[in-house]
Design a protein around this ligand. Structure first.
Ligand SMILES: Cc1cc2nc3c(=O)[nH]c(=O)nc-3n(C[C@H](O)[C@H](O)[C@H](O)COP(=O)(O)O)c2cc1C
Length: 186
């Protein structure tokens, strides 16, 4: 069944994660509505990921609260914030819904829709970690940008997809990016 997913992108490094997520969603026939922050637009450009826009059905303005994503009466199936800056993480964890991305995440939580957050910072300070714990308690799924090397990826895209597989799974979207691990004994 076709799903409608909100993709929030912030000014954290790692826009390629957003590009790969949008690409896989579109290739599976789903609808992607993108909300980039102001800084995200700059980082998308800087990290040469402008093809992200090509995979999205709609691109919302960060300050337009009249868009459908701002309302709990809209019919979305979930939201991912990929990559998520520590600034946006703090706003979502404290309910400071002063832009469309944070408002949409707020709506997902209150409407019991999947909210998957891929934070990106290194190392984390106590504030970052406490904000993640708070969001975990609020029912968000924190998927760290921690790619799996045990699948022996040979390209950056394959490595990135090990993270995106988890994002898709937690958005409850079927995919074939990570075949079941059957165990391994040397
Ligand atoms: C190239 C670049 C990379 C950045 N990477 C990160 C990052 O990985 N994590 C983070 O929290 N902030 C990062 N920042 C800083 C954020 O962009 C900044 O805190 C900004 O206020 C985030 O705003 P936003 O959440 O509205 O996008 C980066 C900034 C630049 C210019």
């Amino acid at each position: 069944m076709k799903k409608r997913i909100i993709l929030g992108v912030t000014g954290a490094s790692g826009c390629i994660y957003a590009t790969r997520l949008a690409m896989h969603l579109k290739n599976k026939g789903h609808e992607v509505h993108l909300i980039p922050t102001q800084t995200a637009k700059l980082v998308i450009d800087y990290e040469k990921q402008s093809k992200l826009y090509d995979w999205c059905d709609k691109v919302f303005q960060i300050d337009d609260f009249f868009e459908e994503a701002a309302s709990g009466s809209s019919s979305y199936d979930g939201m991912a914030i990929v990559p998520c800056s520590m600034g946006t993480l703090a706003k979502v964890s404290t309910g400071v819904a002063d832009n469309l991305l944070v408002r949409s995440a707020d709506v997902c939580l209150k409407e019991n829709r999947p909210l998957v957050i891929v934070p990106r910072e290194m190392p984390y300070n106590l504030i970052h970690l406490e904000n993640m714990v708070k969001l975990f308690h609020a029912r968000a799924c924190i998927v760290s940008a921690s790619p799996a090397f045990y699948r022996n990826p040979t390209t950056i895209e394959e490595l990135v997809d090990t993270v995106i597989a988890k994002v898709l799974s937690h958005l409850k979207i079927e995919h074939d990016l990570s075949p079941d691990w059957k165990g391994h004994h040397a």
